[in-house]
Design a protein around this ligand. Structure first.
Ligand code: PFF
Length: 450
């Protein structure tokens, strides 16, 4: 395998993104369950608007510089995430960290597709009205997730993702996002209008958008920063991989801003759907991960045409999840294609099958197999989530900032920024981002407590 800068393996050479296709695909990657499922409940748990403000600050100050770094490294290296640091001209000591950024998204995908599967099931249940035949949504959720059906739905989600990735960059991932990202906006706007016109919706809007600064805390700041990483899909090789398919002429600075703004708009609209709805129906916004699967169905059941709006909501979640899932799967697929020179189809099949196997202990850990349901303090699923989101992801981000800030001679050329912006960017990557990301890592891994 050649590690020379600029040398890429044959199958990927001409399959590139168009300019808008790339931005839409990157927005598709960033807008996912993080925006629609995780962001509302962590915002709810950390006091609403003040947390949203922190998230915006973290996204701008740390998220965007790291995003730009990942894209620039990816484009300069034109390899898979595993080789891009070295192919971009960096020291070989970075190679194992590159490999880690192939493994991380692969493991994340094994649980991400479980939740994507849940959303598909909930969409069907809602449209058919079955979801509302039993008003005990908590037990419905436990009974469903504890059975074998989630495995069936997860397989469907994996198959769909494999289909899109199998069609390649311009003919698969780009096309898919070009249709679904605008489609997502339309669904979001319909649901937002429905939510903000519900009786008592104003209270939810003000919870989300009227900051109470007494709620700010160091803990909330670290959670917000961690979420900015999660939401922008940083630290897991996705933008290193996507960057390799970006044309030399594309300006990365404006593209980075467009992706950040896109992600933020989706988070904003998601909040404007969830909080007015929960407040209008007297549901606590801090219900945690089950918020959208347990609390929201209760709201939909009490709403005129609730089964239709509920169905739309879960379709929207499924679309958001699938546009992210394709970006996660592309990382190991690009690696397998590069490493073993396999065709895309072969790489997709291998990755899909392995994915299904490594996902099994997680999908069966909701009640099917007792020994997986409680391992110490958490279920197998929760452990995978904890280790990937809280440990591997910040490590990935830290490596990118240290590489781009200290070890990458080609940074100035590759980023294509004007001198002033380049200085700001480099300063952030050297002195601000690594310190803050390290704090997040220490906090999320439980070493630093408040
Ligand atoms: N950024 C996407 C989201 O917020 O859902 C996808 C994502 C992928 C999130 C991988 C987190 C993650 F670890």
């Amino acid at each position: 395998m050649s590690l020379q800068p600029g040398k890429s393996s044959a199958p990927r050479k001409n399959d590139r993104f168009s300019s808008t296709g790339f931005i839409l695909a990157a927005i598709g990657s960033s807008v996912g369950l993080g925006n629609m499922w995780k962001f509302p409940y962590i915002t709810g748990e950390h006091g609403g608007a003040a947390f949203f403000l922190l998230f915006i600050i973290c996204l701008i100050i740390i998220g965007l510089p790291v995003l730009l770094a990942e894209l620039a490294i990816g484009r300069a290296g034109r390899g898979s995430a595993a080789t891009s640091y070295v192919k971009a001209g960096g020291p070989t000591a970075f190679a194992p960290f590159g490999l880690l950024q192939v493994i991380t998204p692969f493991i994340i995908l094994s649980i991400y597709t479980i939740i994507a599967g849940w959303t598909l099931h909930y969409a069907v249940q809602s449209f058919t009205g079955k979801l509302f035949t039993n008003a005990d949504f908590g037990s419905q959720f436990t009974a469903f997730t504890g059975g074998y059906m989630p495995l069936v739905w997860q397989t469907a989600a994996i198959a769909l993702t494999m289909f899109v990735v199998g069609k390649g960059i311009s003919g698969g991932i780009e096309k898919f996002n070009k249709v679904l990202i605008p489609g997502l906006v339309i669904l979001l706007i319909i649901l937002m209008i429905r939510a903000v016109t519900l009786p008592g919706a104003g209270e939810g809007v003000s919870f989300f958008l009227n900051p109470d600064f007494s709620k700010l805390s160091a803990e909330a700041a670290l959670v917000a920063l961690g979420h900015a990483f999660f939401s922008l899909s940083l630290g897991m090789g996705i933008l290193l991989t996507y960057g390799a398919y970006v044309d030399k002429r594309q300006s990365l600075g404006p593209a980075t801003v467009a992706i950040g703004v896109g992600d933020l708009i989706y988070a904003l609209i998601a909040g404007l759907i969830i909080f007015p709805t929960t407040f209008s129906f007297g549901i606590a916004p801090d219900a945690g991960p089950s918020l959208v699967f347990v609390a929201l169905p209760a709201a939909f059941s009490a709403m005129p045409l609730g089964s239709f709006f509920g169905g739309l909501f879960f379709i929207l979640l499924a679309i958001a999840a699938l546009t992210s899932a394709v970006s996660l799967l592309e990382v190991p697929v690009a690696y397998v294609m590069e490493r073993w020179r396999f065709s895309r189809t072969k790489a997709v099949i291998i990755c899909g099958v392995v994915l299904l196997i490594i996902g099994l202990p997680s999908v069966l850990s909701f009640g099917m197999i007792d020994s997986l349901t409680t391992i110490g303090s958490k279920s197998f699923f929760d452990w995978v989530d904890f280790i990937t989101s809280n440990i591997l992801l910040p490590i990935g981000g830290l490596v990118t900032t240290i590489f781009a800030g200290y070890y990458w001679k080609g940074a100035a050329d590759a980023a294509g920024l004007k001198a002033g912006w380049f200085k700001v960017w480099l300063f952030t990557l050297r002195y601000i981002a690594p310190v803050l990301v390290l704090l997040v890592l220490l906090h999320t891994s439980g070493i630093l407590k408040f």
